[in-house]
Design a protein around this ligand. Structure first.
Ligand code: GDP
Length: 299
């Protein structure tokens, strides 16, 4: 998975601690330095690495570690807890509107996995007893509407899109009209797929803002490809400033490149990670649990 190399490095660091009984301050410093290097090599953002290692160091040097039966294990559990904290602590689920439809808007770069995610989210919500509708507001990329129609067909969820050949090219109007459609047809969740670009650009951000302002979503989910490396931090900041998203979805966690930058997204933007996408198939999707992810990284 995306955190494989980080996982290996941390495991290696802890292995060398295991043979020790009491830990000296220099053992702890050495361990913290290795953790720091492992995180930086995995593209975790510097400011997140700094606060993370500082917290681990302070706690490890504190009283509890050497009083513990197994100091090395104690250090591992401190790292686990701090990892859980940078991933979002207890985490949270989707926010639903008290007056349906709940509107969930997806934003992110082209290729991040928004359209695929729209289908996954629709499937998940349907299984939870909701009646979602998908809305095609990516009218820029040729084929994007068709792709959403295909995904909608696969999960058996209707897609609200401009009529083919109608000349309607205004995503703001499509988004607005979809709310009426959802109300009329008793869809309780509206999932709005928006246009991305290959890089952050002001036109895309302005369009995303215009759609957001037209439909006042309950959630604006920033869809982040965990494989884009250090650009993840820059992109998360740009979308934070541009559309002020409310939550994050990490995609392509099945990739084998280093995905550490994605671990920084909560620390950088203070927005929770709600879901993870772990493959191209519509079932490759999970609710994001910071504690489980921390455990997986350290296992
Ligand atoms: P969009 O441009 O943001 O709508 O991105 P798409 O949903 O079209 O996805 C871009 C590509 O990434 C497609 O080939 C998807 O099959 C692929 N993709 C999406 N999510 C994942 C994922 O979690 N893992 C992998 N390996 N591929 C994914």
């Amino acid at each position: 998975m995306a955190f494989g190399s980080l996982s290996d490095r941390l495991t290696e660091t802890f292995r060398s601690l295991r043979s020790k009984g009491r830990l000296s301050p220099s053992d702890i410093d050495k361990t913290v330095r290795e953790i720091r290097r492992a995180l930086l090599d995995s593209d975790v953002a510097l400011e997140v690495v700094k606060s993370f290692t500082q917290a681990v160091r302070e706690r490890a040097l504190g009283d509890d570690v050497n009083k513990a039966l197994n100091p090395a294990q104690q250090v591992v559990s401190i790292v686990m807890e701090e990892l859980e904290a940078i991933l979002g602590g207890t985490g949270r689920g989707l926010t639903f509107s008290k007056t349906p439809p709940t509107v969930i808007m997806l934003a992110g770069l082209q290729g991040a996995g928004k359209t695929t995610l729209a289908g996954k989210l629709a499937k998940y919500l349907k299984a939870e007893g909701h009646t979602p509708v998908l809305v095609a507001c990516d009218l820029q990329r040729p084929g994007a509407v068709d792709q959403l129609q295909i995904v909608g067909g696969q999960v058996e969820v209707p897609v609200f899109a401009p009529e083919p050949g109608s000349g309607v090219g205004d995503p703001v109007k499509v988004a607005k009209d979809s709310l009426r459609f959802a109300t009329d047809k008793l869809h309780d969740v509206v999932i709005v797929d928006t246009a991305g670009r290959t890089g952050v650009d002001e036109d895309m951000m302005a369009q995303a803002r215009a759609i957001r302002d037209a439909v006042t979503p309950d959630e604006v989910l920033f869809v982040l490809d965990a494989m884009i490396g250090q650009d993840a931090v820059h992109t998360a900041r740009a979308f934070g400033d541009g559309v002020d998203f409310t939550g994050v979805v990490l995609t392509k966690l099945d990739g084998d490149q280093k995905g550490g930058a994605a671990l920084s997204v909560k620390g950088i933007t203070d927005r929770d990670i709600l879901f993870a996408s772990t493959g191209e198939k519509l079932d490759d999707f999970e609710v994001f649990h910071p504690d489980r992810m921390a455990k997986r990284i350290l296992d």
